[in-house]
Design a protein around this ligand. Structure first.
Ligand SMILES: NC(=O)c1ccc[n+]([C@@H]2O[C@H](COP(=O)([O-])OP(=O)(O)OC[C@H]3O[C@@H](n4cnc5c(N)ncnc54)[C@H](OP(=O)(O)O)[C@@H]3O)[C@@H](O)[C@H]2O)c1
Length: 262
């Protein structure tokens, strides 16, 4: 008889005793994932630029019984950000789970897209995520365990007008997930990405009131609706769990079937 494979002998995906840093956790997808990680037992470090918004999220997490604290910094300030990450680790312990999720959008037609806007979006969405995740990865690799999850996008899988900088950044993140996994898997660090479809958050606010877009999206998405930040939560926990240690280099679309269909 085969021996018990061990799956399911305890609660799968417990994050008890782990520290999770969520970049861009004050609102939207990051906030929902902070709740999800916290509900599975992780202690959550809530990042954002706006101290008031981060503090409100920390308060709400606390009301839900989750241990959380704000780590306020602008990811574009790499020096300040790494110093704040180090200080947070000195207070609460090493970061086991990094959700590199902070991101911005700028919409304009390709032929009019300003180079400064292109560089700004690329810096926040790609360069800063790369630099801060690498900072966390050094400690994870030294300790032999870590989970890094980037937020990609289905705009890196399917072309869409007016989001050229955003697409460039997210496409590069998708490529990095595979490249980082090649370097970090043997060190106990997995690297994956969530690729959300259209999620109702402040980032997509410009589209919420656009009836034509709304109707197109509902028709085009097999699930027939916009995503919510909470739709990302279970996928986040799955990728963050110790039990998912053999899952690396993957882009997990969470999009109601949009990118799987014509
Ligand atoms: N919504 C969608 O449909 C969708 C689809 C695909 C991918 N995504 C990606 O999902 C991630 C989260 O987006 P969201 O929709 O949840 O957006 P959101 O509601 O606008 O939230 C963005 C978060 O990122 C933070 N942030 C932005 N720039 C930052 C900076 N320079 N330094 C530190 N924090 C910064 C914000 O902090 P403050 O509150 O302090 O500004 C906020 O917590 C982004 O990477 C986005 O590209 C979203």
């Amino acid at each position: 008889m085969a021996s018990d494979p061990g799956c399911g002998t305890g609660p799968l995906f417990s994050l008890a005793g782990q520290v999770a840093l969520v970049l861009g956790a004050s609102r939207g997808i990051g906030r929902a994932c902070a709740f999800a990680l916290g509900r599975q037992g992780a202690r959550v470090l809530v990042n954002g630029r706006d101290a008031g918004r981060a503090a409100r999220t920390v308060r709400e997490l606390g009301e839900a019984g989750i241990r959380a604290e704000a780590v306020v910094f602008d990811v574009d300030d790499l020096q300040g950000a790494t110093a704040a990450m180090d200080a947070a680790e000195a207070r609460v312990g090493p970061v086991d789970i990094l959700f590199a999720n902070a991101g911005v959008q700028h919409r304009a037609p390709l032929l009019e897209f300003d180079l400064a806007d292109f560089q700004r979006v690329l810096f926040t969405n790609l360069t800063a995520q790369w630099a801060l995740a690498r900072h966390a990865a050094r400690g994870m690799a030294a300790r032999g365990h870590g989970r890094i999850v980037f937020t990609g996008s289905i705009t890196a899988i399917l072309g869409r007008e007016n989001v050229t900088a955003y697409t460039a950044a997210k496409g590069a993140l998708h490529a990095l997930v595979r490249q980082w996994s090649a370097e970090l898997a043997a060190r106990g660090v997995t690297v994956n990405a969530l690729a959300p479809g259209y999620i109702r958050t402040d980032l997509t606010q410009a589209l919420h009131g656009d009836g034509e877009f709304d109707a197109w999206l509902r028709r085009r998405t097999p699930a027939g609706r916009w995503g919510t930040p909470e739709d990302l939560a279970s996928a986040m926990v799955f990728l963050a769990a110790r039990e998912s240690g053999f899952v690396t280099g993957q882009i997990l679309a969470v999009d109601g079937g949009l990118s799987a269909t014509m």
